[in-house]
Ligand binder design. Structure first.
Ligand SMILES: Cc1ncc(COP(=O)(O)O)c(C=O)c1O
Length: 333
């Protein structure tokens, strides 16, 4: 059971697979056309088509934003700002383009302090990365806090990473917010709720002027033809997505209950995973793996000491994972 990367543990919608099977020699042989996929994504997010930039997974969107924001080194090494712990690609991407990642620690509740972010701004801050819901805790950030921060960090970009927003149901994406906050870029992925992580499809959303520097970074055929063909079908299959969101919500509640029963610390999650303070994380990860359950060891990160992260996927998997977790934690005692 892959409960370590927060994918859709049921896989993609059967309709997506059918559409992929229908692709032919020309689809493989010719450069992809993005018109249908772009319109489907824009319609789905409720923004004009010029507000979306499709990327090879949201990872590429993060890299493109870091590259666009940190390209000017004339005033010294440009900085990206974020929190710790956080999704590691913010730092990886910033380092890759010669910038410097600055982080502020979260408190014990793993809540964001907007004041700490403001205090860490310097004249070299070019971009601020914040995930909502936060990874690895799953904690939600109030949208008003993010809107306020977007104003306060300008002219730096605020990159609001909404990889897990399908699960929380909260988003900053609407044309009025984007127009009012020209330094706001929102990232979304189709790897999680839509189950196409293997195909690689993400999107960054902003006003046309805000996206322009990112468009200059993303190569013209970044998504392959299979991802472009799958996107509109994945988006259209609302019943499949809604079924999966319900499974993930039920799994999250089951995992939280199990952790309470076992007396281990968790944090309220709005995403499709839960962070759990288990004690010796590497032993627990190995023991779970021996029982066929892969979870993620996050214990090396500041703020996540002794923690593992478990994906809340389909309920059947979750029930089996809970049995394994109970065995492992009880044996450790
Ligand atoms: C917070 C966050 N942002 C972005 C991504 C990248 O998603 P993608 O698969 O679209 O590259 C992930 C994937 O785990 C994530 O957790």
């Amino acid at each position: 059971m892959r409960l370590h990367l927060n994918e859709n543990t049921a896989g993609c919608s059967p309709a997506v697979l059918e559409a992929l099977r229908a692709l032919g020699r020309g689809d493989a042989g010719f450069y992809p056309d993005y018109d249908t996929a772009q319109s489907a994504v824009a319609r789905h997010l409720g923004v004009p088509v010029d507000h979306v930039l499709l990327t090879n997974g949201l990872d590429e969107g993060i890299l493109a934003a870091a590259a666009a924001a940190c390209r000017d080194h004339s005033a010294g090494v440009p900085e990206a700002l974020g929190v710790a712990p956080a999704f590691d690609m913010y730092e990886v991407s910033t380092n890759a383009i010669g910038g410097r990642m600055v982080t502020v620690p979260l408190n014990d509740e793993l809540e964001l302090s907007a004041g700490d972010i403001r205090a860490a701004l310097t004249p070299r801050t070019r971009i601020v990365f914040l995930a909502n819901p936060h990874n690895p805790s799953g904690r939600a950030i109030p949208l008003d806090t993010l809107r306020g921060l977007a104003r306060d960090v300008a002219p730096a970009l605020l990159f609001a990473d909404e990889a897990y927003a399908d699960f929380s149901g909260e988003t900053l994406i609407d044309p009025a917010t984007l127009a009012a906050l020209p330094n706001l870029v929102v990232g979304r992925t189709f790897s999680k709720a839509y189950g196409i992580a293997g195909l690689r499809a993400g999107v960054v959303v902003g006003t046309p002027a805000t996206l322009e520097p990112l468009r200059q970074v993303v190569p013209p055929y970044s998504l392959n033809a299979w991802a472009a063909a799958a996107l509109p079908i994945a988006i259209e299959d609302r019943p499949y997505r809604d079924w999966y969101l319900a499974q993930a919500a039920e799994s999250r509640a089951l995992l939280a209950d199990a952790c309470t029963r076992l007396g281990v610390r968790t944090w309220p999650s709005a995403a499709n995973f839960i962070l759990v303070r288990v004690g010796n994380a590497s032993i627990v990860v190995n023991e779970l793996a021996a029982r066929g359950v892969r979870v993620r060891d996050r214990s090396a990160e500041a703020g996540c000491e002794q923690c593992i992260r478990i994906t809340a996927g389909i309920v059947e998997d979750t029930r089996r994972a809970i049995v394994a977790l109970e065995e492992v934690l009880c044996a450790a005692r």
